[in-house]
Design a binder for this molecule. Sequence first.
Ligand SMILES: *[C@@H]1O[C@H](CO)[C@@H](O)[C@H](O)[C@H]1NC(C)=O
Ligand SMILES: *[C@@H]1O[C@H](CO)[C@@H](O)[C@H](O)[C@H]1NC(C)=O
Ligand SMILES: *[C@@H]1O[C@H](CO)[C@@H](O)[C@H](O)[C@H]1NC(C)=O
Ligand SMILES: *[C@@H]1O[C@H](CO)[C@@H](O)[C@H](O)[C@H]1NC(C)=O
Ligand SMILES: *[C@@H]1O[C@H](CO)[C@@H](O)[C@H](O)[C@H]1NC(C)=O
Ligand SMILES: *[C@@H]1O[C@H](CO)[C@@H](O)[C@H](O)[C@H]1NC(C)=O
Ligand SMILES: *[C@@H]1O[C@H](CO)[C@@H](O)[C@H](O)[C@H]1NC(C)=O
Ligand SMILES: *[C@@H]1O[C@H](CO)[C@@H](O)[C@H](O)[C@H]1NC(C)=O
Ligand SMILES: *[C@@H]1O[C@H](CO)[C@@H](O)[C@H](O)[C@H]1NC(C)=O
Ligand SMILES: *[C@@H]1O[C@H](CO)[C@@H](O)[C@H](O)[C@H]1NC(C)=O
Ligand SMILES: *[C@@H]1O[C@H](CO)[C@@H](O)[C@H](O)[C@H]1NC(C)=O
Ligand SMILES: *[C@@H]1O[C@H](CO)[C@@H](O)[C@H](O)[C@H]1NC(C)=O
Length: 405
Amino acid sequence: MLLRYFILFLNVFNVVHALDNVGTSGKLRFANLGYADTFRYVGKITNATKESCTCTLAPPAWFSGLNAPLSERLVAHIRGPTQLYKFAYYNVHKFILGSDNNTHNWTQQALFDIAPDSISKQTINVTFLGHKGRDSPCMGRTLTFIGQDAVSFATENPDPAGFSGYVPSDEEYIIYSNFPCPASKVKGMCGVYRKGIRSYTGYEGVTKLFLFEFSMPTDNNMTNQDGRYFDMPSIWLANEHLSRTTEYYDWNNNCSCLFNGCGAYQVFTTNATNKDLLYSSLQTFQGLNRNVSQKLILNGTVSTGQFNRPRNITVRGGVLFDSAGNIVTFLTNNTVFHEELTPEQVEDMLSDIPNIGGELILPSGTLKAPNTTSSNDGTIMRPTSNTIWAIYFTLITSIIQFIII
Ligand SMILES: *[C@@H]1O[C@H](CO)[C@@H](O)[C@H](O)[C@H]1NC(C)=O
Ligand SMILES: *[C@@H]1O[C@H](CO)[C@@H](O)[C@H](O)[C@H]1NC(C)=O
Ligand SMILES: *[C@@H]1O[C@H](CO)[C@@H](O)[C@H](O)[C@H]1NC(C)=O
Ligand SMILES: *[C@@H]1O[C@H](CO)[C@@H](O)[C@H](O)[C@H]1NC(C)=O
Ligand SMILES: *[C@@H]1O[C@H](CO)[C@@H](O)[C@H](O)[C@H]1NC(C)=O
Ligand SMILES: *[C@@H]1O[C@H](CO)[C@@H](O)[C@H](O)[C@H]1NC(C)=O
Ligand SMILES: *[C@@H]1O[C@H](CO)[C@@H](O)[C@H](O)[C@H]1NC(C)=O
Ligand SMILES: *[C@@H]1O[C@H](CO)[C@@H](O)[C@H](O)[C@H]1NC(C)=O
Ligand SMILES: *[C@@H]1O[C@H](CO)[C@@H](O)[C@H](O)[C@H]1NC(C)=O
Ligand SMILES: *[C@@H]1O[C@H](CO)[C@@H](O)[C@H](O)[C@H]1NC(C)=O
Ligand SMILES: *[C@@H]1O[C@H](CO)[C@@H](O)[C@H](O)[C@H]1NC(C)=O
Ligand SMILES: *[C@@H]1O[C@H](CO)[C@@H](O)[C@H](O)[C@H]1NC(C)=O
């Protein structure tokens, strides 16, 4: 009996400990990604450049299935201080982590490479955009091309040979494909977007892999320190629609599809709590009750583990979304950027690195009414902090162990 209590205690202690788990390389994991719900894109923009600027929403679009809504086309956002050296995007018909049955190769759909040791600096299927155009009180600046310095306005896509890849604090560039959007319209391929912008599609695929080689050096430029994100870098993925309407987050004006469920994923991000640590965060409403507050999406569902921020080294890694609802964010020196990746090469990248923190299993199904205080089917997750959530998980597993020992 005493042993049982001891094991119970150990397990709870373990997860509390695991929450602090930090590594220089390894894996952060989420499971059971994908649920059924609706999201709403922007339907109409009125008075874009006036104080009376507003957006109305397009009719709700249902989504469901594997990895939804991150099964939609995504783009990569690079917020400073970050130096990007390489970026690549891959997809594959089917790949399940840890399965022996994976037969298809992953194919590279996009590449950006300016690493010092690379033979040729190149971009394939990459357009660099930034919010450098016309300003709007409710949406911020429009999307335009950016210059070689990655921060200034430009009239054409930068040549990779001279592109710096570095952005300072509070600056961001966004990586789109080179496939131009058809006209702006509610049910069009690219939905409704702002007038006069550069518009390209994001990267498509349900089972997908984004790779990055980067560093996140300290921003010593004190001129920047009053900004909202001073010395808080991030590499994140978002639904392609988001940036075509809005530059920043505003939850109550309908202009940002993020608050209406279109989805994002912070791959390597920081917050003000500790600028030396990188974590991942899922920004979909799976497991969060949007009726309580649309703002829950800002924190999202946070990984239990963290990486050390690569302030003075260059690291390689990325994020993989498999065909069984698993997300793995990883950092490993074994990351390779080949044109095709065999299933074995992808498994090899992930095999020699530790799991950091626990695996967060996302609740299934659509969420129910917000005012229910108890749940019978176990699929309802009320918005609690993730720390508490993770501890509950362990408590439950511990109690199960407690009963069966
Ligand atoms: C747009 O601006 C015009 C003129 O300033 C104003 O009359 C109109 O009410 C505004 N529309 C909305 C939806 O606020
Ligand atoms: C947001 O859009 C909805 C539906 O289109 C509309 O009812 C609501 O008034 C809009 N809110 C704002 C602040 O414009
Ligand atoms: C691999 O496929 C076989 C036969 O289709 C199946 O029995 C087995 O469960 C599969 N293994 C995994 C790990 O999916
Ligand atoms: C570029 O990316 C888009 C979106 O994923 C894809 O449809 C297209 O096939 C890609 N082009 C090349 C040349 O890989
Ligand atoms: C510091 O930041 C300011 C404002 O962003 C910029 O104008 C200046 O060039 C930067 N200085 C250096 C040394 O990068
Ligand atoms: C802020 O970052 C820390 C890691 O530095 C993480 O543990 C925490 O969950 C994050 N907080 C939010 C609200 O995302
Ligand atoms: C985000 O997390 C922070 C820190 O845990 C918390 O103070 C804040 O209330 C959270 N915001 C929302 C909208 O849940
Ligand atoms: C690199 O950065 C870490 C903190 O992120 C620091 O502890 C270490 O001393 C730095 N190393 C060098 C060589 O600057
Ligand atoms: C990864 O490579 C870098 C540079 O070669 C090295 O400093 C670092 O120790 C390596 N990390 C691991 C975990 O092997
Ligand atoms: C998969 O990629 C490997 C390595 O690039 C290549 O040798 C092999 O022929 C490819 N297999 C298929 C089925 O295309
Ligand atoms: C949110 O409220 C709407 C309208 O009242 C309702 O249809 C929906 O089921 C609720 N969703 C959740 C997740 O509670
Ligand atoms: C849910 O609770 C809130 C506050 O507790 C209340 O304002 C709202 O009317 C309730 N909604 C429903 C559908 O019961």
